[in-house]
Design a protein around this ligand. Structure first.
Ligand SMILES: Nc1ncnc2c1ncn2[C@@H]1O[C@H](COP(=O)(O)OP(=O)(O)OP(=O)(O)O)[C@@H](O)[C@H]1O
Length: 620
């Protein structure tokens, strides 16, 4: 109703001045906006970091879902998209009525799931890697174990996610690249050693993919379940790891099934072990270790989806059996049962650490968007939803002592602390150097016992005599040279020899101190450089001062340690290798593998032949 407000006074009751109306509207709009903002914040995918999921009674397994694009075959078969991802977190699965089911034609049934993050078919490999695995790689470098496994029906995109193609490398490849670049940033003097092993579980037998031939036996030892005799390769560079990965993939068992032309018929586990040394508070060197397990499971499948013939049916039965064992373990873990039936299959024995140990675990559930795969998708999402409730134990006991800064203030504080420690170390070094110079001068001068006494008993420092000094044990306190106790008439030549010996010892000690110091400076500078990158301007400024200081030191870059050994022939990089559509080959035992051996290459056998990656997108 139009109201004339002209004659009304603004403070009159029931009157509404145009300004008031406007104000009211503004208020309502603001309230609406605030409400919307709150809702969208609540709906936005929470950062599924391990920090946030770290709780008293262990950490929850992080579960992600990835939808692959609709395949050409599916489109041709008239498939419709039945998966919708909202806010990168919620997955809506729609069940369409059958075309001829006229009564229910318009009736849609659906299910809704929420995960730590969900990736639509447009998500890139890098996006998936960054959200799911990059934190695990960082944690492995701090002595924690991490596992990533892909779960889903056959043809849902597990191998694509894990291995990828040469053009779009998957999680395994990106993790290894990231691991090496992180090591290069933080390592000093080849401090990190990377070992690699790659195995498959095929028909309930464990095989070494890097050295095929024998069946391996699983044993439980201090480190958990291990495959006895599994080859462990020491790797020095990303290229080397890629070559090993390709070698392993060529040996992996694959078969065309009705659902997927290169279906993985085995579960593959790539383990990357990182060993490194750190100093504890008492400056003792301690060894640490972090393990990253990257697992590409074979596809769960309906009997009809694959050929029901001979070997295939046996493979299918074994795959389903091990996946069933996996779901029993998930159930038992979720229900908090005391007995977890890990022993029911080789796969669950190998996954024991990832599911119930001290491990950061990530599950990536792969689904197809096709309504023809509704049943499989529902099944996958059901287990993924269940897995969300699994909690693994706390971090491993050998967790790194380096504090992880939470806020900018923490970072600034850490930088300042490190600067202070750095200054102290520099002072110590200067003092040691001064001592050496004095001793050298002393050795050249004619020996006069009383002055030698004063020299050696009083450290040459400008600090006041009563100043509290560091308690670092010094060789100067050694008892075997005490000039006061010597006779004045002692042979001068003997004294000089002794003194020269002391100088030698002192030089050796100084060398050691210098090395230690350089090592510590480098480690701290690396940390500061990293923090400066992460942190705000304050950190950058503080870091810059320190870097400036550090640059005056002669600290050798350790990066050379991570280069591959000098190649004898021109070494092809992983990226140079072509992926011609070579056919799979059959191995001696009759099973097919991902071997793509080109005839030209077989004439010159090399470690760096074709990668056994998943088929390209166009081949879907
Ligand atoms: N995100 C994706 N983008 C493009 N193509 C994809 C994607 N995911 C899967 N594909 C393609 O879908 C096909 C099947 O994928 P893949 O072989 O990875 O399935 P899988 O789950 O490993 O199957 P199986 O369990 O039978 O081994 C492949 O051709 C692959 O290239």
């Amino acid at each position: 109703m139009p109201v004339s407000t002209r004659s009304q006074r603004p403070n009159e009751s029931n009157s509404e001045h145009p300004h008031d109306a406007l104000k009211g509207k503004m208020k309502a709009l603001l309230a609406l906006y605030e409400e919307h903002k709150k809702k969208s914040v609540a709906a936005a995918p929470k950062n599924p970091s391990f920090g946030s999921s770290r709780e008293k009674n262990g950490r929850r397994i992080l579960v992600f879902v990835r939808v692959r694009p609709l395949a050409k075959k599916e489109t041709e078969a008239g498939a419709r998209c039945c998966v919708r991802i909202v806010d990168r977190r919620d997955v809506y699965l729609t069940e369409f009525a059958a075309e001829k089911d006229y009564l229910r034609l318009k009736r849609l049934r659906g299910r809704h799931f929420t995960f730590d993050a969900s990736f639509p078919d447009s998500a890139s490999q890098q996006e998936v890697y960054s959200a799911t695995t990059s934190e695990l790689v960082e944690a492995v470098l701090q002595g924690r174990n991490g596992s990533v496994f892909c779960y889903g029906a056959t043809g849902a995109g597990k191998t694509y996610t894990m291995l990828g193609t040469v053009e779009s490398p998957g999680v395994m490849v990106l993790a290894i690249k990231d691991l090496f670049s992180k090591i290069r940033i933080r390592s000093c003097d080849g401090n990190h050693a990377v070992h690699l092993s790659y195995l498959e579980v095929y028909n309930e037998t464990v095989r070494d993919l890097l050295s095929p031939g024998r069946h391996l036996v699983l044993r439980e030892d201090k480190q958990g379940i291990v495959a006895a005799g599994l080859t462990k390769y020491r790797a020095y560079s990303t290229d080397e790891v890629m070559a090993l990965l390709q070698q392993g993939n060529r040996n992996r068992t694959t078969e065309p099934t009705r659902a997927n032309e290169t279906s993985s018929r085995s579960h593959a586990i790539l383990q990357v072990l990182v060993e490194y040394r750190v100093r504890d508070a008492a400056m003792n060197i301690i060894n640490k270790m972090g393990k990253l397990s990257l697992i590409d499971l074979a596809g769960s499948e309906r009997a009809l989806a694959t050929d029901q013939r001979s070997i295939r049916s046996l493979e299918g039965a074994n795959i389903n059996r091990s996946l069933l064992a996996l779901s029993s373990c998930i159930n038992a873990l979720v229900e908090g049962k005391k007995h977890i039936p890990y022993r029911n299959s080789k796969l669950t024995q190998l996954l024991k650490d990832s599911l119930g140990g001290s491990c950061n675990t990530v599950m990536i559930a792969n689904i197809s968007p096709s309504n023809l795969s509704f049943g499989e998708n529902q099944n996958t999402l059901h287990w993924a939803d269940r897995a969300k409730e699994i909690r693994t134990k706390g971090y491993s006991a050998n967790e790194d002592a380096l504090p992880v800064p939470q806020t900018e203030t923490d970072q600034v504080k850490l930088v300042l602390d490190l600067q202070k420690e750095n200054r102290e170390l520099r002072m110590q070094l200067a003092k040691q150097h001064q001592k050496l110079v004095t001793l050298q001068a002393r050795s050249l001068a004619p020996p006069t016992p009383p002055s030698a006494t004063s020299l050696l008993s009083t450290p040459p420092t400008s600090a006041p005599p009563n100043e509290k000094r560091r308690t670092r044990p010094s060789f100067l306190a050694a008892t075997h040279f005490t000039p006061e106790t010597k006779n004045k008439g002692e042979d001068v030549a003997v004294r000089i020899r002794t003194l020269q010996q002391r100088v030698k010892t002192l030089e050796a000690e100084l060398d050691r101190v210098k090395k230690d110091h350089s090592l510590q400076l480098k480690q701290k500078d690396d940390v500061i450089r990293e923090l400066s990158k992460k942190g705000g301007k304050k950190v950058a400024a503080a870091g810059a001062i320190l870097l400036k200081e550090t640059n005056t030191e002669e600290v050798k870059s350790p990066s050379h340690r991570f280069r591959s050994p000098v190649p004898t022939a021109k070494k092809r990089s992983f990226w140079d290798i072509t992926t011609a559509n070579s056919p799979s080959v059959t191995t001696l035992n009759g099973r097919k593998t991902r071997s793509y051996v080109i005839s030209e290459l077989t004439a010159h056998p090399s470690k760096l032949i074709q990668p056994g990656f998943a088929r390209k997108k166009g081949d879907v």
